[in-house]
Design a binder for this molecule. Sequence first.
Ligand SMILES: *[C@@H]1O[C@H](CO)[C@@H](O)[C@H](O)[C@H]1NC(C)=O
Ligand SMILES: *[C@@H]1O[C@H](CO)[C@@H](O)[C@H](O)[C@H]1NC(C)=O
Ligand SMILES: *[C@@H]1O[C@H](CO)[C@@H](O)[C@H](O)[C@H]1NC(C)=O
Length: 567
Amino acid sequence: MWGNLSKYTPMFLLLALSGLILLLRNIQTLEKFNCQTVSALYQLQSRLDSAFRSAGPLQLDRNRSYCGLLGPDLTADEAAEELHLLESIAWPEPRFSAVTLRQSSDPTRSFFVILSSGGEWRVGGQLEALVHMHDFYGRPKRYGGDFLLARLLSPELRAGVTGRVVDHQNGFYSVIFWLPWVGPAQVEVILVHPSEAVQVLRRLREERPDRVFFKSQYHSGYFSETTICNLCLPPRQPLCNYTDRHTGEPWFCYKPKLLDCDTRINHAKGGYQKHLLTSQEALFFQSDINIKVPIQASGPDHVIVLPEGKEKPELEKNMNADAAMFRPSGFYYQDAWQAVGGVPVQQFNDTSAITECLRGKVVNMYGDSTVRQWFEYLNALVPDLKEFNLGSPKNVGPFMSVDSEHNILLKYRCHGPPIRFSTVAASELRYVANELEGLPGGRDTVVVVTVWSHFSTFPVEVYIRRLRNIRRAILHLMDRAPDTLVFIRTANLQALDPEVSLYNSDWFSLQLDTVLRAMFRGLPVILVDAWEMTLAHSLPHALHPPPTIVKNMIDVFLTHICPKRKN
Ligand SMILES: *[C@@H]1O[C@H](CO)[C@@H](O)[C@H](O)[C@H]1NC(C)=O
Ligand SMILES: *[C@@H]1O[C@H](CO)[C@@H](O)[C@H](O)[C@H]1NC(C)=O
Ligand SMILES: *[C@@H]1O[C@H](CO)[C@@H](O)[C@H](O)[C@H]1NC(C)=O
């Protein structure tokens, strides 16, 4: 590469010389000029480079083997856990390779029926519906893999609860609800993506981990350069290896032409790759046709749930054991989240109650923008909390809010790469696991971790590795300070259109969220079930859920910090 460049050496010299002359004439304008000079050189060299390369510099190999090699080797236990986790999220593979749109699942020709259950439903019992999927010709589907979501709503009672969907892999799906309230209840089933679209998402996840890309700026003296970064980069140019020393988390950027790897000053989202789909594949991603479209009932779509009978309700005998065990983590009643089992959720309606609850606490929030939303919510709501201006970039942080009278400290810091924020200073780019290792912990320390959304474009192994590191750090924290309260806010549903689906589909989120729950099961952490709390509510799905839902999450959070004392 430098050999090819050598014939341009005279140009380099010329440009460098003109920079030098300007230095003598006007020191003030030098920095800007030199940046332009360097950038002109960079552009020249980029053009040269691409002339000698068949693919463009951003086009990654459709072969992730270079990606799989990254990161430290797994121990036998880690490998076994990973295999188990991947098996637990296995999604039915397609039986046919070339399915046309008309042969794919059509929500408007599909329907569900509420199974009769003797025509009577009682609170604490179950309701089952059967979904029949059909294609655009109206023919029944013979294979599974459609991504369906189901919930039971009561607009009158402002109540809602999620249902469990069971794929029978023959075009039929069972939806099972646990009935938490007395009164009207309406079944809603949504086709999020047809199975044919899920296959495409799976392909993208494995083959195009580059579809969101990143960039870093390098700066030293008068020089500035920007290069592309990612978790895996095909090594067709020299790389800067930013693999984290403590966690082994890999991260790479292409080496700048002129500057050293240690002159990296920031990290930012670079952009989204376009043209990811064939025209045939694109048909499986159409708003109002096959993205998040409701499936109608054949017959009634609602029931009236009666109070508990004299005898305890018996579970349906024809339900399989797995379905019979289904319990949601909670439900809405009068718009307030009620926990199923566990501590009753208190409502923190007035800000003085929040202040009292947080008195003397240090709350450390780490993760993506969905936990930053908690920081923003509390900071905006509680007048005694004053944001301390750290001069951090908007929406990026780190942020800090202080109530010196009640001795409350609230902090937010984003997670490390692949964070898709605008521009994070390299000095502020930290892995959650490393931050946790530096936390003393104790009875007045609260930790909230939310890491999911920015991992949806990568193979699941990447997320497993990240959670393994965070989990290890949480266990260390619990060992040295067992009184520390640790919360994990799960993934939530979001608004999807044809484009967003390819990067952030709820299908990716569901897969990650299933892994998250499995990896923290049985550990002393408190899960705030954002998934159920967004699905069970009738408000539209949004990456950043509306205030009503955030309020309920905060109520759950504060309930655990300040459990009601029994009198
Ligand atoms: C992927 O890359 C590996 C190693 O470079 C190579 O052996 C293999 O043939 C490639 N596979 C495909 C499908 O291109
Ligand atoms: C990056 O660095 C890590 C540790 O510093 C090393 O284990 C790994 O092999 C390096 N990766 C590459 C592709 O150079
Ligand atoms: C909180 O507000 C809701 C709605 O305004 C109300 O229904 C509930 O009773 C209030 N709870 C408390 C503890 O004040």
